[in-house]
Ligand binder design. Structure first.
Ligand SMILES: [Zn+2]
Length: 471
């Protein structure tokens, strides 16, 4: 029986889907204005595990993830610049180019981490018409109001359950310290559904309230409804999305549809670096393209899974190096087993392996506890090695262990196990390419062209755009 920790109730609950054998899963995607970082890796690996495990349990999962390409303002508030427009100014290009470029880089990085793509990946800018319709309805129902400045805000006081997810009490906020209202809101807790666009704003659309662009929260209410319906099973995101983003999504959706929005809210914890919060201003911000220059994405995935998704992942190089050793041990043993089990029938009759398998599933059923689940893979590796070292190997037992490792490590946890020999080839090739790139930098084209030609003869296509590393 699968148990899932539900942020709505702050409890682990038995998972029951709305439709038998079908699950609707919505996860807040990235705002595409910069390189994805370790925090993205943690979040999307966590939900990849949930996606894969639900499929393993036999559910047909419709996984929807949005791409925020407009409306997310600096500081996650209603004032300030659009993050994408700001980045466009920095890079002296168009906001559409920024969104397109960073969306591509996001998916490249996610692919490298072996994260399966969502069933539907939808952009906010592709749903402006639906967003306008939803805002119109909220105004009709008196849950939203238009101001003289052409902004539309959600009237938080009208929605009685506001604060249910984050457990914030807005009455408390309002009494005691009254925040001075400097903008056109009726109440400081109200949030933007539609923002009036200034003349120089590029991402803008006509609406009944003038030219403008949508607020950040409304896109998720609109897109989840469009693809998963008014009420769906699981809504996910990082813990930092609980407030205001998810609280606002619930308020909008439930006011609009008059129905409960989501049955299970699931949130992953964040990433720290040597025990400290990771942040651009703290100078310890780690982007994935930078990280992948030093470490294999496969190992980063493994490292993240060594911590439960609801606990913070601490990025610590010592611990990471230890994880690399353990990962290589799994790879090595797996290929050693494979060498002796060719054509061997899987008899599944060994109680010690069966127990490991059951314990692995039990750990995964307990709110996707990958950290505990991996400890059973370690035990399987130990068991396999002692069997491999045995002069009279039980190849049937090894076959059973092999199938356990394939099911647990490869299918459910999505670990890519590679044969060490192939890895050496890859490292050697990278070394040659680095060398060639150095030659080119020193304008030694004669030698660099010779290397390219030789590699081409061997069947590799050498691509000189950007990094020289693309084969
Ligand atoms: Zn969202």
């Amino acid at each position: 029986m699968l148990k899932v920790y539900n942020t709505l109730t702050r409890k682990k609950e038995e998972f029951k889907s709305i439709n038998e054998k079908k699950v609707g899963l919505y996860v807040c995607g990235p705002t595409v204005y910069g390189y994805p970082h370790l925090g993205h890796a943690k979040s999307y690996i966590s939900f990849d595990i949930i996606h894969r495990y639900l499929k393993y349990l036999g559910y047909c999962v419709k996984y929807v993830q949005n791409i925020t390409d407009v409306g997310h303002l600096v500081g996650d508030v209603d004032e300030g610049e659009d993050k994408i427009e700001r980045q466009a100014k920095i890079e002296q290009t168009d906001p559409v180019a920024i969104a397109y470029n960073y969306e591509n880089i996001y998916f490249e990085c996610m692919d490298k981490l072996n994260i399966e793509r969502p069933t539907i990946s939808c952009r906010a800018t592709g749903h402006i018409l639906e967003i306008i319709e939803a805002i119109k309805m909220l105004i009709e129902k008196d849950y939203a109001y238009v101001t003289n400045e052409g902004n539309v805000y959600f009237r938080v006081k009208k929605y009685k359950n506001y604060g249910q997810l984050s457990r914030r009490n807005i009455e408390e906020n309002l009494s005691g310290e009254r925040i001075e209202i400097k903008n056109d809101k009726e109440n400081p807790d109200d949030f933007a559904l539609w923002k009036h666009a200034e003349k120089n704003h590029i991402m803008k659309w006509p609406s009944p309230w003038g030219i403008g662009y949508p607020g950040w929260h409304i896109e998720c209410s609109v897109m989840s409804k469009k693809y998963l319906g008014e009420t769906f099973d699981i809504h996910g995101g990082g813990m930092d999305n609980i407030f205001p983003h998810h609280e606002c999504e619930i308020a909008q959706s439930e006011s609009l549809n008059g129905k409960s929005f989501v049955n299970y809210f699931v949130h992953n914890n964040l990433v720290t670096v040597n025990g400290q919060k990771m942040g651009k201003s703290l100078g310890n911000f780690i982007t994935l393209p930078d990280l992948f220059k030093e470490y294999s994405p496969k190992v980063i995935r493994f490292y993240i899974l060594l911590t439960h998704y609801r606990r913070p992942t601490d990025f610590d190089k010592e611990k990471l190096n230890e994880a690399i050793k353990n990962y290589e041990k799994i790879e090595k043993t797996y290929y050693k087993i494979k060498k002796v089990t060719v054509g061997v029938e899987n008899k599944n009759k060994y109680d010690d392996v069966k127990n490991l398998k059951n314990q692995f599933i039990e750990a995964m059923n307990d709110d996707f506890n990958t950290a505990l689940a991996i400890s059973y893979i370690y035990e399987a590796i130990k068991l396999a090695n002692s069997e491999l070292n045995n002069s009279e190997k039980d190849i049937y037992k090894l076959k059973y262990l092999e199938s356990f490792i394939e099911e647990s490590a490869i299918n459910i946890l999505g670990l890519e196990l590679e044969e060490q020999e192939n890895k050496k080839d890859e490292e050697l090739l990278n070394f040659i390419l680095d060398l060639r790139s150095e030659l080119r930098n020193n304008k030694n084209y004669e030698l660099s062209d010779k290397i390219r030609d030789e590699l081409t003869k061997l069947g590799y296509e050498v691509n000189d755009r950007k990094t020289d590393k693309n084969l």
